[in-house]
Design a protein around this ligand. Structure first.
Ligand code: PBG
Length: 323
């Protein structure tokens, strides 16, 4: 046997495999999305994905302590409320759960970086991300509200605002309003390529925000790849500090494109339905939970993500620490 090329030499033991591993998953790569709600004494995990946690603000401190102890550096906050109306008025409530949560984290966990989701869907009775009139989400009117919402979150102490609405020009609109309020250090994490996806199911259930119709007039069509590059170009020109691809696993080509074509950090959102696929597979006895969690997140990093927003952040942090 004359075989000199043997790739298996690099796989012969765990130490050699570690020495030559091309991708690493670190605790600081993980951003944990948290749902904060009105009321008291609430800490409710989603029925399928326990990592989708809805907490009332009085229950937030112990959770934040857990997050901090694990070494996770950032959280992504969403509001959950039954106070809904056509215009999403509650989004600008100065004493709503998101603003209260930001202040609490800022005061008690100063090292945790707070990102907030900026969109109207938790607050509108029609479930759309913006002002919905004549059967259409109104672009420019929505930007005005989102810019105010961003200032509200940043003034409360959020370092990062993350518009998830997919309106045209919202990054520029938000940047302008932040700068006018002397918040020039607030970062904008734009959901740059956000696709209209079936994978948002558990999230919408958590928010009780099922949209009238669908979101296809603003979220992207899953058939398009070059269109994501156009969104990337626009967001960078408008001043996005970080760009996001969402969902992650089925869109790894887009993550790789963003990594190659931009010089800003690339964030991937491993969304609720992606987490649910893992949990359901585990519940059916089909695969090992720990391995599935790590493999899915490593895959997203390998594609080019610098940061991953994931409901498995706490599980993954524990697994990484025990590696
Ligand atoms: C909407 C928003 C969605 C998610 C984050 N922000 C859902 C949607 O567009 O309907 C989904 C996140 C997830 O599924 O985990 N502003």
């Amino acid at each position: 046997m004359d075989l000199s090329l043997r790739p298996r030499r690099l796989r012969q033991n765990p130490q050699i495999r570690d020495l030559v591993a091309e991708t690493s998953l670190r605790v600081k790569d993980l951003m944990y999305p948290i749902f904060v709600t009105d009321g008291k004494g609430l800490r409710s995990p989603h029925r399928v994905v326990p990592g989708i946690l809805t907490v009332s603000v009085d229950k937030l401190a112990p959770l934040m302590k857990e997050i901090q102890d694990l070494g996770i550096l950032s959280v992504l906050l969403f509001g959950v409320t039954q106070k809904k109306d056509a215009k999403g008025t509650e989004a600008l409530n100065k004493s709503g759960p998101v603003v209260t949560a930001i202040k609490l984290i800022r005061d008690s966990f100063p090292n945790i970086q707070i990102a907030t989701d900026v969109a109207l869907d938790p607050y509108t009775d029609h479930g759309h991300d913006g002002i919905f009139e004549n059967g259409y989400v109104q672009n420019d009117a929505t930007i005005e509200v989102l810019a105010k919402m961003s200032v509200l979150h940043a003034q409360a102490g959020a370092q990062i605002v993350a518009p998830s609405d997919m309106m045209d020009g919202r990054v520029a609109g938000i940047r302008e309003e932040l700068d006018e309020a002397s918040l020039e250090n607030t970062l904008i994490l734009s959901y740059t390529a956000k696709y209209a996806s079936a994978l948002y199911g558990p999230f919408r259930e958590t928010l009780d925000a099922k949209p009238v119709g669908d979101k296809k007039t603003y979220q992207m069509d899953c058939r398009n790849r070059r269109e994501a590059l156009r969104e990337l170009e626009l967001d960078l020109a408008e001043g996005a500090d970080m760009v996001m691809v969402k969902p992650a696993t089925w869109y790894q080509d887009i993550i790789a494109d963003f990594k190659e074509r931009s010089e800003v950090p690339v964030v991937a959102y491993h969304v609720s339905g992606e987490a649910a696929m893992i949990e359901v597979g585990v519940q059916a006895g089909l695969f090992d939970r720990d391995r599935a969690i790590l493999e899915s997140l490593v895959g997203i990093k390998r594609a080019g993500a610098d940061l991953i927003a994931t409901y498995h952040a706490l599980d993954a942090a524990k697994l990484i620490q025990n590696l």
